[in-house]
Structures are given as C-alpha cells and as structure tokens.
Design a protein around this ligand. Structure first.
Ligand SMILES: Nc1ncnc2c1ncn2[C@@H]1O[C@H](COP(=O)(O)OP(=O)(O)OP(=O)(O)O)[C@@H](O)[C@H]1O
Ligand SMILES: [Mg+2]
Length: 328
C-alpha cells in the first residue's frame, strides 16, 4: 500500500484538486484508493459532493484524543464509486491542533489509524491543509511519498523548497524517510511568465519534478462545484487527460525508484538558493508577464503559517514539543 500526501503550505496551489483527481484516475485504472480529507476546510469532501455539515462521523472522530467511540477509518468511510472510498473531513477537525498539543504520540495518530486498516487499498491519498501544524505532521508521518503541487507562482516555489527542507529535517530527527516530488499545476503556456518558470523548474529541479504538467483548465474549477472528479464530468477535458497522465506516471514509477535521494541538506540549500534567484529574476524582469488576475484570485496564501518556528525548533534540536522519543 502506497500512502501519498498532497502537501504545500502555500494555499490554493492545487492540493485538493490533485488529491481528488489523482485518486479518481487511479481508481478508474483498477487501483483500490482511499482518499483521506485531512483539511478542516473539507474541500475534498465537498468536492465529492458530500456535505460535511451533515456528517456525524469524520476523520476528526478517528484522530481526536477525546474519548468518543474509538472510531476507526472503516467506521467513517463514504464510498464514492468503484475502488474509491473517502474518509471525509469536517470543520471540527481544526480542534485537533489544540487537542493534540502536548499529547504523547500526537504525530502518530493518522499513521496508526492507517496501519489499523483492515480493508485493503493500493493507494491512500491524503489531502493536507495549507499550513504546517499537527495535522500536516501527522500526514507527513503517515505517508511514504509527498506530491507538492506548485502553481506557477514564485511563492509556491518557495513553498516547495521549504517543505523539502522540512522533510529532510524530519528525517534527521525522526528517521522517517518521506520521498517528495513537485507537481506543476495551473500551467498556462500563453503566459511567458509560466513558460519561464516551468523551464527553470524543469532544468534546475530535474528529477524532483513530475514529468506530467497539470495545465490550467477551467473544467477543473467547475467540477469541484459539481462535486465530481473532472473525468466523471467531462472525459474530454484537458484536466482529465493531465490527471490520467499523472496517475500513470505515479503507477509506473515505484516509490523507491521514483525520487532522488534527499539525504543531504546541501541539496535543499541549493534549491532554496535557486528559488531566491528565480524570485530575484522575476522582480528584475518586469517584461515577464504576471499570472492573469483570474489565476491569482484564488491564491489564499496565509502568512500566518507556523512553519518557520517549527523548522527553527527542529534545526536547533528543541523538538521535544513536536516529537516523542519513541518515534525517533
Ligand atoms: N489546473 C487547474 N486549472 C484551473 N483551476 C484549477 C486548477 N487546479 C486547481 N484549480 C482551482 O484552483 C483553486 C484552488 O485549488 P485547490 O483547492 O485544489 O488548491 P489547494 O491547494 O487545495 O487550496 P487550499 O490551500 O485552500 O487547500 C480551486 O478553485 C480549483 O478548482
Ligand atoms: Mg485544499
């Protein structure tokens, strides 16, 4: 069973769209898929037409340390279609950030819930929230692979570099090895800006980027409103083709062969430096077109992310507040 998280603390970069449509494409190829909506915004749940306000049971009830009924993932499953189940989320999941504070084993709760699954899946896909907190820690701890969607914005590139840095530090401190790869989303070849960023990302990030590029496709936005994966709404949509290609690429490449070894911190520093160079480049090149306002309007980047403090704590070794000895 491969456990894959869709994560990037940059908001609105395509995490949920990727989680839903990758899951759907994998399932249509005969793979048994569980999608875990691990974001209190419950966008994946709503994007699959499940009304989270109607739910009595959600992933919150599996993860919370509060003594409910000790629900397991199987107890909350919503079947979406053949080979495709959803573990839905609801707003109450946000309470977990507080509830897990200071609790022993807090970063292992999702990991354990997935380990306890009796039902067999080929893939578990986790849709992460746009912040790094206990939820994201749990997702990274539970997965073996991370897909980091990056829209064609330099903020998103910064997000990749930071998340990679975080993943390496996580490995150093806990021994948990997560393989990661960036996925370019919302690519619009009509803008020179997109083309330049894509070229740079492909050249410099090399094997750290999926070959498949997800193009900007309005159908992907419409489908969320219709509560359907894009392929169940319009099989001719380029968004559907792109996610089919992504599913094939994911299947084709085994996790172990799929990602370069990110053992060294120097590589992260390199990526961080290159990202800064791109940002410089874009600032100094006003002739580069900026993304269209339509593309920018859904960017919900939150500067309140507590990521920096966490990384700093890990880097300086004061991680006791985040990790427990038993998990190192
Ligand atoms: N390739 C694409 N083309 C056009 N629109 C897209 C594409 N991918 C995602 N979108 C739209 O962009 C918006 C943000 O996408 P999505 O919700 O997947 O991002 P996210 O990273 O999950 O956001 P959040 O950080 O809030 O969880 C949504 O309206 C979605 O429909
Ligand atoms: Mg989302």
């Amino acid at each position: 069973m491969r456990v894959i998280a869709s994560a990037n603390q940059k908001g609105g970069c395509g995490k949920t769209t990727t989680a839903i449509n990758l899951s759907s494409s994998l399932s249509s190829k005969g793979e048994r898929v569980l999608l875990i909506d691990f974001d209190p915004q419950a966008h994946a749940t709503m994007g699959l037409n499940i009304m989270h306000s109607d739910l009595e049971k959600s992933i919150y009830h599996v993860i919370t340390p509060k003594d409910y009924k000790f629900l397991r993932i199987e107890d909350i499953l919503v079947p979406i279609k053949d080979n495709f189940d959803l573990a839905p989320s609801s707003l109450i999941l946000s309470a977990v950030e507080q509830e897990l504070s200071g609790l022993e084993g807090r970063e292992n709760r999702l990991f354990r819930a997935i380990q306890a699954l009796k039902k067999t899946y080929d893939y578990v896909v986790i849709d992460c929230p746009p912040s790094i907190g206990h939820l994201c820690f749990n997702a990274l701890r539970a997965c073996q692979e991370v897909i980091i969607p990056i829209d064609m914005s330099l903020f998103s590139l910064r997000g990749v570099a930071k998340l990679l840095e975080f993943i390496i530090l996580l490995k150093d401190k806990t021994g948990h090895d997560v393989k990661s790869r960036a996925l370019i989303t919302m690519y619009d070849r009509r803008t020179r800006y997109s083309r330049v960023v894509l070229e740079k990302v492909k050249t410099e990030f090399g094997d750290n980027v999926f070959e498949t590029v997800i193009r900007y496709n309005i159908r992907l936005r419409e489908t969320a409103d219709h509560g359907l994966p894009v392929g169940d709404y319009d099989k001719t949509a380029i968004g559907h083709k792109d996610y089919e290609n992504l599913a094939e690429e994911v299947i084709r490449l085994e996790a172990d062969r799929m990602y370069p070894d990110l053992n060294t911190l120097s590589m992260t520093e390199d990526i961080l430096q290159k990202t800064e160079e791109y940002i410089d480049m874009s600032v100094k090149s006003p002739e580069l077109e900026q993304p269209t306002s339509e593309m920018e309007e859904f960017s919900t980047y939150s500067p309140q992310s507590n990521y920096s403090e966490m990384v700093e704590a890990i880097a300086t070794g004061s991680t006791n507040s985040f990790f427990n000895d038993e998990d190192r």
